[in-house]
Design a protein around this ligand. Sequence first.
Ligand code: URA
Length: 433
Amino acid sequence: MRIYDLILKKRNGGILTAEEISAFIDGYVKGSIPDYQAAALCMAIFFRGMTDGETAALTDCMARSGDMIDLSRFGDLTVDKHSTGGVGDKTTLIVAPIVASLGGKVAKMSGRGLGHTGGTVDKLEAIPGMRVTMEREEFLRQVEEIGIAVIGQSGNLTPADKKLYALRDVTATVDSIPLITSSVMSKKIAAGSKSIVLDVKAGSGAFMKTPDDARILARNMVAIGKKCGRRMSALITDMNNPLGTAVGNTLEVVEAVRVLRGASKGDLYDVCVALAAEMTMLFAGVTHAEAESLVVSAIESGKAFQKMQEWVAAQGGDSAWLSSAGYGDGAALALPVLSPAHGYLSAMDTEAIGSAAVILGAGRSKKEDAIDYSAGILVHKKTGDAVEKGQVLATLYTNDAAAAEPAMKRYLNALIFSPEPPAESSLIFDIIR
Ligand code: URA
């Protein structure tokens, strides 16, 4: 079988067989298929799409391209969550300890920031001392003992996705529904949890710009997970604003702690309660109303924050720091962004806000860049808010004086003002079960 023929077949709108897809993944992982041919095939898939059968075969081959984690010792209690990526999305730091405090087993592998989106592993590393690598047995022992362990992706989990994702990132082929489906679901299936809740983001800061596209992606992923014997659910949530108020690693940990301690309500709290309730429904077999009330009482009783402290300590982190850290800690500069207009904030280009945070040092422009954990943005005004000229819309934090002006420009250019309030929008567009 020649890879040239597969590229040509897909380019002309043909349907690849499971054997052809398997030959592609096998050859690409082994290195016999070069990047330029894999990139050409990804671009053909981007334009021609894939049938459900092709997407399922691709997901299966990618999941089996490396190690598969066996979590069977935990029975049906294992539960995972995956976000398709957003700005200010620190939900894992909140929902994972909530669910673990309710008896779920969260054995989670998370990613680093990509482009304008942040990653859980970078946020965890903002906690002094926190380790995000562990040997397999230690990882499983921690899950057994305290119900939760979150680490970076282990060495040989879905090597096909590792290679393909890096290639897609630089060949403009990330935002393809079959390619995202196979990337996300291969990792989730290889990671072994019985129940999986997906947070599919839709809007200006997400890969899927509209709820309709996000719905198609969510349905595909839920169907594939169910075919593989997993309990599945997907929420379609808004990414037309940063989630919560903090963007940047330390800032986001501080905000996550505030939510877990019941000190912060709003969109972040609402999305986290919805995600944690969905996870609890799946692993505990309770109704949605029961799950939601369990989640709220885990926050209000302090049980969820106590679980976060236990989790951080177990991974070598400074759990006392969680209670003492504050917004802006470690950043030499705090720069107010002043409103140039009077009226309403009618829209935010969330992707541009994410890239303003990257300019400040919160993310990487190149893979090898170091992160400044204290850098980022605290958003004071979001879409729909009334603003006065000269009012502080956001505070930018950085240690890099040269970043201040370009980040400020990027932030202001991301905002649209209007004399009238914009139409109200939903936070959770849909739930696919
Ligand atoms: N997140 C992933 O893990 N993969 C994608 O392709 C897109 C978002």
